[in-house]
Design a protein. Structure first.
Ligand code: UFG
Length: 329
């Protein structure tokens, strides 16, 4: 029996496929390669270039392969773009998930682990954020991810469907093999943008706002290594296979770093001065996002390995140095 990974050519999806294969699992990857890269798909996974909205093609995958569980990463994930092109997000994220769930119900596949986000909370009511806290997304991206969670919940009330939604905080870092890492086009995430400076691809890093109510005025985020996120998906799948109830879990390290602190760590790791410039705030950025992941630790037995930001940034630097143009090199 195989695990079907939708979006397995993307950043977090490809790292999860690597961990699944390392754990001896049989893996099928579906990706339309719009934002993912075929080179990121592990050679031992069976790959189908299929769009999640294509019901016929998704049905064919379920007919050809013996699927025991699904991990779903196939979604657009840029907060800024979701604000200027919301219907693109409704179309891919919600219409795509509708098709996937329809096909799963039709083929009797009843377990799904789903990639959700801290953006489901919007402006947090307290730090650290717990799963039971208020969810009022401030972006269309967060809104679609929260709607996907709800879609699974209602589907599970009507059909034999069990789900785990994993709300990630700031995914970062790269696989220790150096074979895969973060590659977005355009890149909007802090750590890869910082590392573009020592790579000679940008002169300086912009700091979006220095007047937040935090210790140095810059935003605080909870940075979590992508391989730790990958492990959590496997644990969540095993939890469902063991008869676990549908549930939602935060995934973060539980420690917040300011933008300035992250830049300082990158200076230490790369040995480059990395000039920085204070710029206006970016719309929609909450001052602080830090997870309580106690529930994932207690229920899933999750134990993040990479709890030092230096190690996380060093793994990212290792990947970007060797692949300055991402999968294009
Ligand atoms: N930042 C800068 N300069 C940059 C880029 C980012 O100062 O050039 C700052 C941002 O303002 C933010 C922090 O660095 O304070 C982290 O920004 P990222 O864009 O790397 O990550 P976000 O916290 O905005 O986004 C992450 C995930 C999203 C998710 C969101 C939830 O990447 O998928 O958390 O709010 F939706």
């Amino acid at each position: 029996m195989a695990i079907l990974v939708l979006g397995g050519a993307g950043y977090i999806g490809s790292h999860t496929v690597y961990e699944l294969i390392a754990a001896g699992r049989d893996v099928v990857v579906v990706d339309n390669l719009v934002t993912g890269f075929q080179a990121a798909v592990h050679a031992k996974a069976r790959f189908y270039q299929v769009d999640i909205r294509d019901r016929k093609a998704i049905d064919q995958v379920f007919e050809r392969e013996k699927i025991e569980g699904v991990i779903h990463f196939a979604a657009f994930s840029q907060v800024g773009e979701s604000m200027t092109n919301p219907l693109k997000y409704y179309d891919n994220n919600l219409a795509g998930t509708t098709v996937l769930l329809q096909s799963m119900v039709a083929h009797g596949v009843d377990k799904i682990v789903f990639s959700s986000t801290a953006a489901a909370y919007g402006e947090p009511e307290r730090i650290p954020i717990q799963e039971s806290d208020r969810t009022v997304p401030t972006s269309c991206y967060g809104e679609t991810k929260l709607a996907m969670e709800k879609m699974m919940r209602w589907t599970g009330l009507a059909h034999p469907m069990h789900y785990v939604a994993l709300r990630y905080f700031n995914a970062c870092g790269a696989h220790t093999s150096g074979e895969i890492g973060e590659a977005h086009d355009p890149e909007t995430h802090l750590i890869p943008l910082i590392l573009q400076v020592p790579l000679g691809k940008r002169e300086k890093i912009s700091i979006f706002g220095e007047d937040y109510p935090t210790k140095d005025g810059t935003c605080v985020r909870d940075y979590i290594h992508v391989s730790d996120l990958a492990q959590a998906h496997i644990l969540a799948l095993d939890y469902l296979m063991d008869g676990g109830e549908s549930d939602v879990f935060n995934l973060g390290n539980g420690v917040g770093f300011t933008v300035k602190e992250v830049i300082d760590v990158a200076r230490g790791v790369t040995g480059h001065p990395i000039p920085a410039e204070i710029c206006p705030r970016r719309a929609g950025d909450p001052a602080q996002l830090v997870a309580s992941s106690e529930k994932a630790k207690a229920v899933l037995g999750w134990k993040p390995e990479y709890n030092r930001l230096e190690t996380i940034v060093a793994s990212a630097w290792n990947w970007h140095k060797a692949h300055p143009n991402g999968f294009g090199t």
